[in-house]
Design a protein around this ligand. Structure first.
Ligand SMILES: CCCCCCCC/C=C\CCCCCCCC(=O)SCCNC(=O)CCNC(=O)[C@H](O)C(C)(C)COP(=O)(O)OP(=O)(O)OC[C@H]1O[C@@H](n2cnc3c(N)ncnc32)[C@H](O)[C@@H]1OP(=O)(O)O
Length: 175
């Protein structure tokens, strides 16, 4: 992370502490409420530049016997940490995501991910996430991720026809 970070302020339209951060997209696998096989994560804005979300570890999320699949946990990190840019900048996509898995996360538990802004430089937004059980502060996994701000229309215009919601998006992407 660069030493000469930019000053950051909360976006005037950002969710207030305790409010849900808006979905990326209704058909987003992470947060969409119209993603039939998705995680349906609800990101909640916190104080400062933080976001958190709880996720019940369902049997279909299993990797090793009785514990969550690591790739699925990485999706949850990507989703919750990916909501942090919405507090400060708007649309952004993941450029880099890394995870240290410290302890298994049991099927049947409720895992909480706490995400925070570490800093911003130009289009680059540096974040950290910690996964723990809702009733414990012991970290089970720690993630660092870099998000890059984008212009949504430009970034997705070549792909929007692949969307489950292409019919609804088409008018917004019309030249
Ligand atoms: C009316 C309109 C309606 C619009 C509706 C839109 C609604 C939806 C809105 C938002 C949806 C968000 C959904 C989030 C879902 C959860 C998060 C995900 O899963 S996202 C999916 C996975 N990620 C990707 O698919 C990215 C694929 N990568 C790219 O597209 C490009 O590489 C991109 C955009 C990340 C950067 O490309 P460049 O050409 O724009 O910019 P460059 O110059 O390469 O990078 C900018 C700066 O970032 C650094 N950078 C880029 N990637 C880096 C990396 N991997 N590591 C370190 N630095 C990196 C570069 O070195 C550069 O730094 P220096 O400004 O020069 O200092």
């Amino acid at each position: 992370m660069p030493a000469d970070l930019d000053p950051v302020t909360r976006h005037p339209k950002a969710a207030k502490p305790g409010e849900p951060v808006g979905m990326h997209n209704a058909t987003c696998y992470g947060c969409g409420d119209r993603s039939p096989h998705g995680l349906n994560i609800v990101n909640i804005a916190g104080e400062g530049f933080t976001v958190h979300a709880d996720m019940r570890v369902e049997p279909w999320m299993e990797g090793g016997p009785g514990v969550i699949h690591g790739g699925l946990l990485s999706t949850a990190f990507d989703e919750v940490m990916g909501a942090v840019p919405k507090l400060v900048a708007g649309a952004a996509v993941t450029g880099h995501l890394e995870i240290d898995y410290l302890k298994p996360v049991p099927v049947g538990s409720v895992v909480r991910i706490d995400a925070e802004l570490l800093g911003m430089k130009g289009r680059k937004i540096y974040t950290k996430g910690v996964a723990h059980l809702v009733d414990s502060d012991e970290p089970l996994a720690i993630s660092h991720a870099l998000f890059i701000t984008i212009k949504g229309r430009e970034h997705f215009s070549a792909y929007v026809e692949n969307s489950q919601a292409a019919d609804e998006y088409r008018p917004y992407f019309a030249p």
